[in-house]
Design a protein around this ligand. Structure first.
Ligand SMILES: Cc1ncc(C[n+]2csc(CCOP(=O)(O)OP(=O)(O)O)c2C)c(N)n1
Ligand SMILES: [Mg+2]
Length: 657
């Protein structure tokens, strides 16, 4: 259904004035993309997107990803106009602490925001994961229940990023026909025109990946409409719509990189004049909302009809169970019985244990779908008896990501965000750096992605230093909200996987050995390890020394403690498979495990930075979680980084001394 021309025009104008008003109110922000994409956004949201603002999380909605997250005001304006719970008051709070309209879109903070974007290239790669999730679930539940598109708006910067190329390559290979990327082809980035650094034919590149490419004028609503209609008819080719637009349309800075960010006051006034908009800031006329009224009605009808189909489908017990297991993320109540009992097995590598665990639970956890970046055998990630997913058959559970670690991480975020899938992805630990950006975003977005990182130290051997992680475990531990496990033996690996499976509020990284490790000779290791750390070799209440180790070094700690005990020394050995979980335990427990004696800490990796300066009684004042969107002065107060704060902390420390 086409929106009346005057209503579309009013919608586009509303996006433009809301953008310049909100950015001016905040004193900072990005106007160029929203001004340039106002027509594109209005047509997409009013005529094409299948969504219901009353139920932003409706499972079979179309997903829309603003990959160019700096253009957040386009998304917030569209969500507001469409009827999501984002008020004009929220838009006035753009970029302020505690608002639901942060500088870049953040998943979980704003209804209708499907993923956190801002780091360029991530959004488009997340969207590939979402489109893949849709196909995987459609195969399992049928298109009556799962049948939606995934739309993306991507910028020059997005398409310059390597991760977008990796993701587009996989999308073409997997024939994700319901993925539609609109490319805001404005020829401008921050430093100037794209001629500075970007001269390939993007369309030909995507055609080579197997995509279908259309080229249009992004300000011509009829061309936008025709292109989206054609793209929507695709069966098995992802769609790229290259839309020529003018960045900062309507402003004096139109077509230049000056329009990328915020406008000076005089330019704001000139833009309002050019748009023939004489109303006060944040005042919109009723006609701005006219284009979006039918969307709400249509969306509600479509959702209600879908709900009826779901209700009748759920009458079949088999489908109901599968729906609960996948979409509602229900884990089997007998999970602990399903997990393998390694207590009587011969020693093995923890990567091998991980592979056995995946296969032991796979049948009962059908949402567990994952794979490796071309190291499935080494990483032990294959679900046996299940096929490798390909463009013609989405019934399998093994994902072959190819040698594309970065996209693999970003796709995993998309799979998790979509819902219905509990993704796990794998590579050698040393290559975790290739996928660090999406790991950070999974942590920021509270997404339960599991990373299976094998070959976790120099014990890799002959492959040499290029393949031997040294700084990686420490580096992963620096990411807030990521739980990093380095299990010492198969039974600790059970605890690690169990924790990853039960976790709903963030990702888990497993650092696993290539080599066989000794089994910890102790009853109840699976349960003990759940606390993140525990005593393996006792030495009474008052040991002379406590050896603390992780992963493959726990065996060394045990041997050393035993040898020293034979010499009459009171030496305790402690295993600390997950630092983050250990530090969540009550203080008494932590103190009981670590003791008051001197500690020898053993891990085949680096010690981290400033911590080396600290002695008992010293204090580190730093960050414990992620930052937030607000002025830096406001954030300084929030995170206690003003001169007054530091003075006070110093005073406290001297008082305590
Ligand atoms: C990975 C990453 N690198 C750098 C940036 C900083 N940055 C924000 S927008 C941008 C480029 C702007 O050009 P384009 O993507 O074409 O957006 P437009 O100016 O056309 O809105 C850059 C470099 C970023 N957000 N993410
Ligand atoms: Mg651009």
């Amino acid at each position: 259904m086409q929106t009346a021309p005057h209503a579309l025009q009013a919608a586009a104008t509303a996006i433009r004035v809301l953008t310049i008003d909100a950015v001016r109110e905040a004193g900072i922000g990005h106007v160029g993309l929203p001004l340039g994409c106002a027509e594109l956004g209005s047509v997409l949201f009013s005529e094409f997107l299948k969504h219901d603002p009353e139920d932003p999380n409706w499972f079979d909605r179309d997903r829309f990803v603003l990959s160019a997250g700096h253009g957040s005001m386009l998304l917030y304006s569209l969500l507001h106009l469409s009827g999501y719970r984002i008020t004009l008051a929220d838009l006035k709070q753009f970029r302020q602490l505690g608002s639901i309209t942060p500088g870049h879109p953040e998943h979980g903070m704003t209804p209708g925001v499907e993923t956190t974007t801002g780091p360029l290239g991530q959004g488009i790669a997340n969207a590939v994961g979402m489109a893949l999730a849709e196909r995987l679930l459609a195969q399992r539940f049928g298109e009556e229940l799962v049948n939606h598109r995934t739309y993306v708006l991507a910028s020059d910067g997005d398409l310059m990023e390597g991760v977008a190329s990796e993701a587009a390559s996989i999308a073409g290979h997997l024939k994700l026909g319901k993925l539609i990327v609109i490319y805001d082809d404005n020829g401008i980035t921050i430093d100037g025109t794209t001629e500075l650094s970007f001269s390939e034919d993007v369309g030909k590149r995507f055609e080579a990946y197997g995509w279908r490419v259309q080229r249009i004028d992004g300000h011509d609503v009829q061309q936008v409409r025709v292109a989206l209609t054609r793209a929507g008819a695709s069966e098995d080719q992802p769609q790229l719509i290259m839309a020529k637009t003018q960045i900062g349309f309507g402003s004096p800075a139109v077509g230049t990189s000056t329009a990328h960010g915020h406008l000076a006051d005089a330019a704001v006034l000139a833009t309002r004049e050019a748009l023939k908009w004489a109303h006060d800031p944040f005042v919109l006329l009723d006609e701005a909302y006219e284009a979006f009224a039918p969307v709400r009605t249509r969306g509600k009808e479509t959702r209600t009809a879908w709900q009826k189909r779901l209700d009748s489908a759920l009458a079949k017990p088999e489908l109901k169970t599968l729906w609960e297991q996948m979409v509602e993320r229900k884990l089997p109540s007998n999970l602990d019985e399903l997990l393998p009992d390694f207590s009587k097995e011969k020693p093995m590598a923890t990567r091998q244990a991980s592979g056995k665990i995946i296969n032991a639970i796979a049948t009962q956890v059908p949402s567990l779908i994952g794979g490796s970046a071309d190291l499935a055998g080494s990483n032990g990630t294959n679900i046996s008896g299940s096929k490798v997913v390909n463009g013609g058959d989405f019934s399998g559970r093994n994902l072959a990501f190819g040698v594309r670690e970065h996209a693999m991480g970003s796709l995993a975020n998309g799979l998790a965000l979509h819902g219905g899938i509990r993704p796990y992805v794998a590579t050698f630990l040393v290559f975790s750096d290739y996928m660090r950006p999406p790991i950070r975003l999974a942590a920021l977005m509270d997404q339960p992605v599991t990373y299976v990182f094998t070959h976790d130290s120099f014990f890799v051997g002959e492959d040499g230093p290029t393949h031997q992680p040294v700084e990686h475990v420490a580096a992963l531990r620096t990411i807030p909200n990521l739980q990093v496990w380095r299990p010492a033996d198969p039974r600790e690996t059970v605890a690690a996987w169990r924790s990853a499976l039960l976790r709903t509020g963030g990702p888990t990284a497993l650092a696993l050995t290539r080599q066989t490790v000794p089994t910890i000779e102790l009853a109840g290791v699976e349960e003990k390890a759940r606390r993140g750390g525990y005593t393996v070799v006792e030495a009474g209440e008052t040991p002379e020394l406590v050896i603390v180790a992780t992963g493959s070094e726990v065996g060394l700690a045990v041997s050393a403690a035993q040898a020293l005990q034979k010499e009459g020394k009171k030496v305790r050995a402690v295993s600390l498979p997950c630092l983050e979980i250990f530090f969540e335990q009550d203080e008494a427990y932590q103190r009981a495990v670590l003791g008051e004696a001197r500690r020898l800490v053993v891990e085949a990796g680096v010690q981290l930075g400033l911590a080396q300066l600290l002695r008992p009684g010293d204090k580190f004042h730093g960050m414990r979680g992620f930052g937030a969107s607000a002025s830096y002065q406001r954030l300084a107060k929030h995170f206690r980084f003003t001169a007054e704060d530091v003075t006070e902390l110093a005073r406290e420390l001297m008082g305590a001394a």
